[in-house]
Design a protein around this ligand. Structure first.
Ligand code: SF4
Length: 742
């Protein structure tokens, strides 16, 4: 085992110097040796290969059609248990973004004139190491931080987090999962004792009452909606959402609560369920803590209070309560409308509480089920080594650090004993001078971060910004001092974990352009140049990391020691965790399974907890100067996040709106004198953007909606954060609207 890089800087520099030339030359000349994927191109089958889609968390199986070992087309995999022959437009078009003209093909370094200029990998690696070490030497190891993404395979996330923290001495690292799922993570941890979405997709088909909260499933997760459409039980589908979305229109009941009034609404619903005695007392007694306190707490949430806060009358609450009481199998589902909130954790738990007090969990067609956003947010949650130690462990736990040290054969002193700052705290750390260098991998902070202008200003305070991405044109890459060209989905190997906890395979189907390398191999290179490669000697291929993660999962709630490598995933069409070795031996391993069938949760006493606290109004409220509530969300099924990939497909562009629209209610439009299609300027206290008016009853009076994909949208958003999850509240701030030419 090598000594810590911090203690042997000169020795490490000598090693780096002696190795870097030959390694780099060989890397460029013989890329296969350092793995542009561990499967040589000439050994790929010349037929079809199944991979999991690299956009959303549904995790659809796609059949890649190969010619001469390279993918030339994709189609939905009929036998994959997730999508059963269906895919949304993004899945069909997933290869197109790989062919884009703005792929990053060589490292870029900002030169003395301020321009990004091509350099070789050797120069890029030397610069990376020297500049980050300079910052760390000057301001301490923790002054360099990283941001990753739920778009990378689990193996790369584990490598990134391990390299940065165990090898490079970083303490702080987070990822864009913070923008998407942090709320669900915290809610589950507090309520169940572990971050554990309990469901399986067949619950969509086996429910009698499906309650969707803050989820426009039809366009954000269309294949999950398709699973609902396969439900033969004639289910009631109830949508709780301020907007009359595509999903709300298709539902049997739409409950248009006011924006961010979901907490009093669900507490009021719990009160009525308790009053009606529509609860499962036996389940509560056996499996749930804090029921008496909860029942006393929700007494304050009278129908009058709920109406005042949410605009929903008592009769609607009663109707919903009756459906839950008499409906049979009831499942509750939520996504970003809940997670992206100033009090999202408590809202998610208000939903979890409903499932717990009614005993609607652990059985077919039930559950308190968070729908994940990104294709591998779940992998990021378990193995990114950011705010939690590998495998859902705790950096502050001596025994957890000792476990990881033993299993990975690394010195326990190399594992930080403190928790990472969250994404927003890293950004604040730049402001305060605590963070001086930032390494951003495969996420577009300058576009997607809340109140984005603030990040762009703060970038000037960084001594060094590295961006590792498959495109050098992203808003964030354009701000970088150094750009490292990376392979994308379809150009590398690994696994994703989808919303229902299913591991699925991704593969190298194409060669990455130019000198772009898989993130995995970039991490190997960095480890080499940094001088800490001995820590990661066992990780020569992504599957080596998978094997380590398997070991790390042993005895944990996410135990997947029963998944015997990639070939098992290939054979089964993905496998859900948990699957211990003992369970696998009993078999079968590929069947769908949900959690908590035995009523045993993950707290030490095996009981779930009801978590609750009073509602807080959002910080920024509309007033005379900024009279509208500004909501953001998915624009269409053809668009993904900052559109760095989806905009590259002509097909997807043709399916998405060509311009940015602001949805405005007809009453507000008449009052303001706006006509459909007119260009307007939206202003918040932080910035402004332009959009064309779309007059529609989709949005309630007093609110407007803009899709999140436009690069201007986050100029306006207000940086409020949930206190437990630190997830940003993208869906509520105050704006004014005026004609652009006024
Ligand atoms: Fe890919 Fe999600 Fe579309 Fe399925 S629903 S094809 S996983 S983007």
């Amino acid at each position: 085992m090598s000594s810590s890089p911090r203690r042997g800087t000169q020795l490490l520099k000598d090693l780096i110097r002696s190795h870097q030339g030959p390694l780099t030359r060989e890397l460029v000349r013989k890329p296969g040796r350092f793995g542009l994927g561990q499967v040589p191109m000439d050994q790929l089958p010349d037929s079809v290969a199944t991979v999991v889609c690299g956009f959303c968390s549904t995790g659809c199986g796609l059949k890649a059609h190969l010619r001469n070992g390279e993918a030339v087309g994709l189609s939905p995999e009929a036998n994959y248990p997730v999508n059963r022959g269906m895919a949304c437009p993004k899945g069909w078009e997933a290869l197109s973004p790989l062919d884009a003209d703005d792929r990053a093909t060589r490292p870029l370094l900002r030169d003395d004139s301020g321009n990004l200029a091509e350099v070789d990998w050797d120069t890029a690696m030397r610069t990376f190491v020297e500049r980050i070490k300079q910052v760390q030497d000057r301001s301490g190891p923790a002054s360099a931080a990283f941001l990753g993404t739920g778009q990378m395979p689990t193996e790369e996330l584990a490598f990134l987090g391990s390299l940065a923290k165990f090898g490079m001495g970083m303490v702080h690292g987070d990822g864009n999962t913070r923008q998407c799922m942090a709320t669900a993570v915290q809610a589950y941890k507090q309520s169940f004792g572990f971050d554990a979405p309990p469901y399986t997709y067949s619950d969509f088909e086996e429910s009698d009452v499906i309650v969707l909260v803050g989820s426009n499933l039809c366009i954000a997760h269309p294949i999950m909606w398709e699973r609902i459409c396969r439900n033969t039980r004639n289910p009631d589908v109830i949508v709780v959402d301020p907007r009359r979305t595509e999903t709300a229109v298709a539902a049997t009941m739409h409950i248009p609560i006011r924006p961010k009034s979901d907490l009093p609404f669900f507490y009021g619903l719990a009160r009525i369920l308790i009053e009606r005695d529509a609860i499962d007392k036996a389940f509560i007694q056996k499996h749930v803590d804090h029921y008496p306190e909860f029942a006393a707490f929700v007494k304050d949430y009278t129908p009058e209070l709920v109406f005042e806060e949410s605009g929903i009358p008592e009769s609607t609450l009663e109707t919903l309560a009756e459906k839950i009481e008499t409906g049979g199998r009831v499942s509750f589902w939520w996504t970003m409308g809940v997670n992206q909130s100033h009090e999202g954790v408590r809202v998610a738990q208000a939903i979890i509480n409903l499932a717990l007090i009614t005993g609607q969990i652990g059985k077919p067609g039930t559950g308190a089920n968070s729908i994940t956003g990104q294709c591998n947010a779940m992998g990021s949650r378990l193995f990114s080594n950011t705010t939690g130690l590998l495998g859902g462990r705790d950096f502050q736990s001596d025994s957890d650090r000792a476990d990881v040290s033993r299993m990975l054969d690394i010195p326990v002193e190399s594992i930080p004993a403190e928790n990472s700052l969250a994404y927003d705290e890293i950004i604040e750390g730049i402001r305060s001078g605590r963070i001086r260098a930032l390494w951003i991998v495969a996420t577009n902070t300058a576009h997607s971060w809340i109140n984005q202008s603030d990040f762009k200003r703060l970038r000037e305070k960084l001594d060094f910004l590295v961006v590792q991405d498959m495109y050098d044109s992203t808003e964030t890459a354009q701000l970088a001092d150094l750009v490292l060209p990376a392979a994308g989905w379809g150009e590398k190997d690994g696994t994703f974990i989808n919303s229902e906890r299913r591991f699925g395979r991704i593969r190298k189907l194409r060669r990455a352009p130019g000198e772009a390398l898989s993130d995995f191999q970039i991490f190997r290179l960095i480890a080499h140049y940094w001088g800490c490669e001995s820590l990661f000697e066992r990780w020569k291929t992504p599957e080596d990391v998978f094997d380590s993660m398997r070991e790390l999962s042993a005895g944990r709630p996410c135990d997947f020691t029963g998944i015997d490598g990639y070939q098992a995933l290939d054979a089964e069409g993905g496998i859900q965790w948990p699957l211990s070795e003992a369970e696998a031996a009993r078999g079968p391993i590929g069947q769908e399974r949900r959690l908590f069938a035995d009523g045993a949760f993950f707290h030490p006493n095996q009981r779930a907890r009801l978590c609750f606290e009073p509602h807080r109004a959002p910080e920024e409220k509309p007033n005379a100067a900024f009279p509208f509530i500004f909501m953001t969300g998915r624009g269409s099924s053809a668009q993904w996040h900052t559109e760095t990939r989806t905009k590259k497909s002509a097909v997807l562009r043709s399916l998405a709106p060509a311009e940015t629209f602001v949805e405005i209610n007809p009453r507000d439009a008449i009052e303001a004198g706006f006509v459909d299609g007119r260009e307007v300027t939206l202003r918040s206290r932080r910035g402004h953007m332009t959009a064309r008016v779309r007059i529609t009853g989709v949005v309630p009076v007093g609110s407007v909606f803009v899709a999140m994909h436009d690069a201007m949208t986050n100029r306006l958003t207000y940086p409020a954060f949930d206190p437990f999850s630190r997830q940003p509240s993208y869906k509520h701030c105050a704006v004014a609207i005026e004609p652009t030419d006024a």
